[in-house]
Every structure is written in C-alpha cells, then in structure tokens.
Design a protein around this ligand. Structure first.
Ligand code: COA
Length: 325
C-alpha cells in the first residue's frame, strides 16, 4: 500500500519566453500545442541522483519511517551508464546495504517501478520499498531542437510502499504493463550505448522524437491500458474519481480522457509548471493534487503512463490519507 509521497524540482525555472529567445518557437505555440508554460532544469553539476535523494527524503518523511528494505529507481538518465544509480541514492539517504536497482521504462518508469516494488513486497523479498522516479531529461536534449526542448523538464518524485491488506486505502493494483520494441526508433538516443558507443554525427547523442506518431500511440495505448485496469478492478468509468496520466502533453491527456469517456475535470494536470518530467511526472502530479485538495483520501484513482521503448501501462488505487513530505 502507498504509505508516503514526496517530490522535488530543481530551483532553476525556464519559461517559454526564455526558450523563445534561443529557439524558433513562442509561448503561444508551446502553450496551445502542449499546455506547458515552464519547466525546471538542472544546473550543470546537478544530477539525477541529487534529485532522487531530495524526493526520496521527502517521501520517507511523509511515510513517518525510514525503515525500508529496498529502493527502486525509475530513470532513463542514470548518473553513469554503469553502474545503476539506485545504490548511490540509497547510500546518500543513509539507508544502509538495502537492495537497490534501476528500472528503465523511460516515461512509463513510474508505473513499471511501482509494479516492481509491489512485486518485491508480494514475493516476500521486502516489507517496505522506497520507489523513486527521477529524470534529468534536459541533459539528453539537443538545445537546437524545437521539437523536444519545449516539452521536457527535470525533476523527481517518490513513494513509499508497505505490505498491507488488499481492501486498505492505498492498496495498489491491478497492474497492466506492455511494450513494443519494433517502435523503439520513435523516441531514441541512437548513440552512447553498447550498439554504437560514439558517432561522428553529434546529433546521434541527443534524444530524437517523432512527435505526431508518438502522440497517436500515447493516446491509444494509455486509453487501452486504462480500460484493462478498470475491467480487472471491476470499475466502470463512473467509478473513477481522478485520472492521473503521465504529463506528456495536455492534449494527450484530454484525448485519452475523451477516448475513455472520462470527464475532463477528473484529470489531474500539472504540466503547465513542470513540462514532461519523464519517470517523475506522475508522483509530482500526485504531490500537487494532494496539496491543492484535488486528490483526497478514498478517491478512486486511475494511473496511466506511456513512454519510449515503446512502453506503457496502468494501475489503480484508492487514495490513502497521506501528506506529502
Ligand atoms: N514552435 C513552433 N512551431 C513548431 C514547434 C515549436 N516548438 N515545433 C513544431 N512546430 C511547427 C512544425 O514545424 C509544423 O509546422 P508546419 O505546419 O509549417 O510544417 C507545425 O508546428 C506542426 O508540427 P507538428 O509536429 O505536426 O505539431 P504537433 O501538433 O504534432 O505538436 C508535439 C508537436 C511534439 C507537441 C506533439 O506531436 C506531441 O506532443 N507529441 C507527443 C510527444 C510526447 O509526448 N513525447 C513524450 C512521450 S512520453
């Protein structure tokens, strides 16, 4: 069950007007096409581990206990390609020699890592897990690419999961997870990995995205996965109080809600102030929604994400009585 929640955003804010001074774009275009007004960006030297530590600390404070047996970090931007970043986060948080590893499902990372954390608990491998979604996605972007720079921001969000009863508030599941590697090229950093360590073309080291195709897949897959979870949970559309989708683009969220037949006011949206923070976006949206009273104990919450890979998935929960740390 969900027992703690926290989020952290780097202090530097870059608004659309600042971006428009360096890129051929405008505040009007970015707001209309994406719903984004600003994003938080890491300064040089600040890393994914730094952000994950801050969000993790807040989630542990929210849970009222630092007693966790495992740390799962969802990230596509680890501090180094090898090793994973989760052990460094655990050490920096003073959590001792607990199990710690990364899950890379890019923007679906939160839902994938949540299922992984819940699985560790069901398997008896842990009683309590700190799960952090953190990405310094702006470090992957070509500063000259107006197709990606306006969309992404940096940040971290975290939850604590504990063993509990299926009918308790905060109980997680069912989960629905999927992938389609045939479409990996739609969102990819071509070079830097084992297949092509370096490339003569500097652009190959940056994240490239086929925006309109991604838009169509994101909407269809998030809706499809949400339907599966509702069916498995025995919910109808009218049972859903809040839909928390990955904050990729406000038009994707509205189109997904429309496909599902969910009213627009059930959507939790904070993309205006954060942009797309990849694995951090859902927990950061949860923090904002609890703080502004949108999300309340007992609410039936549908969660869905989509990302590079391709990957996508969904889950459901009854919202617990927690205060973000
Ligand atoms: N500023 C101004 N104009 C821009 C622009 C920008 N930042 N980016 C693209 N344009 C222009 C294009 O050149 C094109 O101009 P044209 O009609 O003269 O050729 C026009 O705007 C429309 O471009 P298009 O790419 O079709 O726009 P879109 O409505 O699909 O919006 C995205 C582009 C990227 C915002 C949208 O496709 C999207 O959000 N896709 C999903 C991305 C995503 O969520 N990725 C993460 C998944 S986890």
């Amino acid at each position: 069950m969900l027992a703690g929640l926290g989020g952290w955003l780097p202090p530097r804010i870059v608004d659309n007007d600042e971006l428009s001074r360096h890129l051929d774009t405008s505040d009007e275009w970015i707001r209309t096409r994406t719903g984004i007004g600003q994003r938080h960006v890491v300064d040089p030297g600040m890393s994914t581990v730094d952000m994950a530590v801050e969000a993790g600390r807040r989630a542990l404070h929210s849970a009222g206990s630092r007693d966790v047996d495992a740390l799962v970090l969802a990230t596509a931007t680890p501090d180094q390609i090898c090793p994973a970043s989760a052990p460094q986060v655990a050490s920096r948080l003073g959590l001792g020699n607990i199990a710690a590893f990364d899950v890379n499902a890019v923007c679906s990372g939160f839902v994938y890592a949540l299922a992984t954390a819940a699985g560790l608990i069901s398997a008896g491998a842990a009683c309590s897990v700190l799960m952090v979604g953190a990405d310094a996605f702006t470090t992957l972007l070509n500063p000259k690419d107006r197709g990606t720079v306006p969309i992404f921001g940096d940040g971290a969000g975290a939850v604590v999961l504990r063993a509990g009863e299926p009918d308790e508030l905060g109980a997680m599941g069912p989960f629905d997870l999927h992938s389609d590697g045939d479409l990996a090229e739609l969102l990819i950093v071509p070079a830097g990995g084992a297949k092509q360590k370096t490339s003569d073309n500097p652009e190959d080291h940056y994240f490239s995205m086929q925006g309109p195709a991604v838009f169509r897949h994101a909407t269809a897959r998030m809706a499809e996965s949400s339907r599966t979870v509702m069916e498995r949970a025995g919910w109808t559309v009218s049972d859903v109080d809040r839909f928390i989708g990955h904050q990729a683009n406000i038009r994707i969220l509205h189109a997904t809600a429309k496909q599902l037949g969910l009213p627009a006011d059930s959507l939790v949206v904070n993309i205006e102030r954060t942009g797309n923070t990849s694995a951090a976006s859902i927990p950061l949206a949860m923090v904002d929604a609890v703080n502004d009273g949108t999300l309340q104990a007992g609410d039936r919450v549908l969660v869905s994400a989509f990302g590079a890979g391709l990957t996508w998935g969904a889950t459901a929960l009854r919202w617990p009585d927690i205060t973000p740390g």
